[in-house]
Write a protein that binds this ligand. Structure first.
Ligand code: MIG
Length: 682
């Protein structure tokens, strides 16, 4: 039934309808859980393994193993990080990566020796052991403790898939992978590595917007290790679904190349992972404040009214967001001159009142000869094409669009250059939406996007969308940031995306997409932000209040009281739903909202310090309780969390609750608002 409805909606969209009807239909769209997603099987057919090691060569910290069917290269890149590559052809060309931020590895002392039929490459902190007969790889601490080992040899499929099979240890909890609509411990399920706009998702739907091929395992004793797969193809991470004690990560193409980081604290692993893939830049201070958004504040008088209400009611607010209706017919980089007769003037006025302004942009550029952005995109040849050289065209908000190829430096340049008008008008930051990328589809596709075979430039190497898909959002954000930095050199920037890839933290921050106004979504936003933080993406947060659906006063204030402690603190709402500003629900809700927001501002020196830790060392801003105490009892706990190392937050979990139980790891805990003391350990 949903399939049919989606079909009808898609078809109607293509014809073009008034915005109101379109947005109403947007709310009706539902995800369709498709067998392709979730517990997917690896393809049938022949899988090939390297076979026994015939010989090996040692070159400093690098060991190349020549096996019967393939070569494996293991390199110690630092004391605590190794890279493993599998190459059936035996060649090891310099790898290309959008994620990895450096190739200046630290000098590292290694030794190579043989031990009972195994070949061992060891640093002071980590040993990689390769079985001579099997080609299986495992990692151990110097004292022999196994961190992670191949449960079956690495393998590749005749169709181009590659797979790694590892054992999951008893008591190991599973984290990372970017944004997941699941609790904190991801063990026991299979997840898709494929950025996807699911439209209204629920707990348990997968994939959602933002996937990162970084897995963080935390063993029963608290020892952590990281596995980063540098592969942007569509992939699956099976964390004990098909077999309880097996982790299988596979990709539909590309090289099997992974970085193993181990085995210390979660903190040490994240520090190393972000050393490799880059760290967040400090955002502007105002981006740490409270931010107000909705789809959409139009026309200018509405924006003015919202801004004035904040000041009149003395509710702190730093940023106002303009969603798609500010544009001229959804044409990116323009504004509607009827709804905003003096756009720069309005922004000047908002600046004078102490607000910053962030506008949305989408990747789809309207096919319209009268639109100079479109014309210059055609002239500069920046849009994606089919293999036969015709333009890829698909409908999004403005109707039929072409899409820039952000894997081309020339297209990124061009895109960056389009920001002049918006930034010239005073816009302070950019919100990059739809960058999975999503298109409006005709059939009931759960993740309508650009077809796999559409061509990409891939920095001159040539490739297709199957390979470029997962990096598309990150590169859109990177191009936007390039424009922002050029127009405001030396300034900190706010550049937000909805989907990206490993390493995106060095360009952008994110929000968690279209959630819903339910108590479960409120709770889900905690585990999502936690796992994103454990994937290197520290600066993120949900649409406070819930994007879709009707929020009541109680849920709104509870979400405010949670959002005030999350890194990105912004209320946002779908169009056609009732207003959701802090005063929209009357009293006592307005006062409670003010109180929550003021608490945020009182904590800013502390929160700012946490942002600095994220920027200098890759540490998450909110952290699971288990980072304080390895006891396995904490591994699933995601209804309380740490803001930094010192503040524990326990939000209201559901309707009508005025009290809740809080468990605390062994330590002395002081109440933040009441004079209480608790010795923990419960
Ligand atoms: O197809 O710009 O996630 O925050 O309000 C929907 C309109 C497009 C999706 C974003 C949401 C935004 C909405 N956008």
């Amino acid at each position: 039934m949903w399939k049919t409805l989606n079909f009808v909606i898609g078809a109607l969209r293509r014809i073009g309808l008034p915005t109101t009807i379109r947005t109403l239909m947007y709310s009706l769209r539902r995800p369709i859980y498709d067998a392709r997603f979730g517990e997917a099987e690896l393809p049938d057919g022949t899988w090939i393994t390297p076979g026994p090691v015939e010989s090996y060569e040692v070159d400093g910290p690098t060991v190349t193993l020549r096996c019967v069917n393939a070569s494996i290269r293991v390199e110690a890149l630092s004391e605590d990080m190794f890279r493993v590559r599998l190459r059936p052809d035996g060649d090891f060309p310099q790898p290309f990566s959008y994620a990895v931020a450096r190739d200046d590895w630290e000098p590292v002392q290694t030794e190579v020796f043989e031990d009972a039929g195994d070949i061992v490459l060891r640093t002071g902190q980590l040993a990689c052991v390769i079985g001579r007969d099997s080609g299986r790889v495992s990692f151990k601490t110097p004292d022999g403790k196994v961190l992670s080992s191949d449960e079956a040899p690495m393998s590749w499929h005749e169709g181009g898939d590659v797979a790694l099979h590892r054992s999951l240890q008893p008591g190991e909890s599973c984290h990372g992978l970017g944004q997941r609509a699941f609790g904190l411990n991801l063990r026991g399920r299979c997840y898709m590595l494929w950025n996807c706009d699911p439209a209204n998702y629920d707990r348990g739907d997968d994939p959602v917007y933002y996937s990162i091929p970084f897995y963080l395992g935390v063993l029963a004793d608290g020892t952590a290790y990281g596995l980063f797969f540098d592969n942007s193809h569509r992939g699956r991470a099976d964390l004990g679904a098909a077999r309880k004690n097996r982790l299988t990560v596979s990709f539909e193409g590309g090289e099997l190349r992974y970085y193993f980081i181990g085995g210390g604290t979660v903190e040490a692993v994240l520090s190393r992972y972000t050393w490799l893939t880059g760290r967040m830049r400090m955002p502007p201070l105002w981006a740490l404040g409270y931010q107000q958004s909705r789809w959409s504040y139009v026309p200018d008088s509405k924006v003015r009214e919202i801004a004035d209400e904040f000041r009149r009611r003395r509710i702190p607010c730093d940023v106002i967001y303009l969603d798609i209706d500010y544009m001229d017919g959804f044409r990116c980089f323009t504004w509607d001159r009827r709804k905003f007769p003096d756009f720069p003037g309005l922004i000047r006025e908002l600046h004078d009142k102490g607000f910053h302004v962030v506008t949305i942009i989408d990747p789809g550029i309207k096919v319209d000869e009268g639109y100079d952005v479109y014309r210059s995109g055609i002239e500069r040849d920046v849009f994606l094409k089919y293999p036969d050289g015709t333009y890829f065209t698909a409908p999004v908000w403005p109707g039929d669009c072409h899409f820039p190829d952000f894997t081309s430096p020339a297209a990124r340049e061009w895109w960056a250059g389009q920001l002049d008008d918006l930034i010239g008008a005073g816009v302070d930051g950019i919100w990059n939406d739809m960058c999975e990328p999503v298109v409006f589809a005709l059939e009931g596709d759960p993740c309508p996007t650009i077809p796999d075979y559409v061509r990409h430039y891939m920095e001159g190497m040539g490739g297709d969308h199957a390979e470029a898909h997962n990096v598309y959002g990150m590169l859109m954000g990177r191009s936007t940031l390039m424009g922002l930095e050029r127009l405001r050199p030396g300034k900190r920037q706010l550049c937000i995306v909805r989907a990206a890839y490993a390493g995106a933290q060095r360009y952008v921050s994110s929000w968690t997409g279209d959630n819903r106004a339910t108590w479960d979504h409120l709770r889900l936003s905690i585990s999502m932000v936690l796992n994103l933080g454990l994937s290197g993406m520290a600066f993120t947060g949900p649409d406070v209040g819930g994007f879709d659906g009707v929020t009541d006063g109680e849920m709104f204030v509870r979400w405010m009281q949670l959002g005030a402690f999350l890194p990105f603190f912004r209320a946002h709402k779908i169009s056609l739903m009732p207003p959701h500003e802090p005063w929209s629900f009357g009293q006592p809700y307005e006062d409670i909202c003010r109180d929550a927001i003021e608490t945020r501002y009182r904590l800013l020196p502390y929160i700012y310090t946490l942002f600095a830790e994220a920027a200098t060392d890759g540490q998450p801003i909110i952290r699971p309780i288990f980072t304080l105490d390895p006891d396995p009892a904490w591994r699933e706990v995601d209804d309380q969390f740490m803001l930094g190392a010192d503040l524990m937050i326990a939000p209201a979990p559901d309707a009508g609750r005025r009290e809740r139980g809080v468990r605390s790891p062994p330590a002395i805990w002081y109440g933040a608002t009441e004079r209480t003391r608790d010795d923990g350990g419960k």
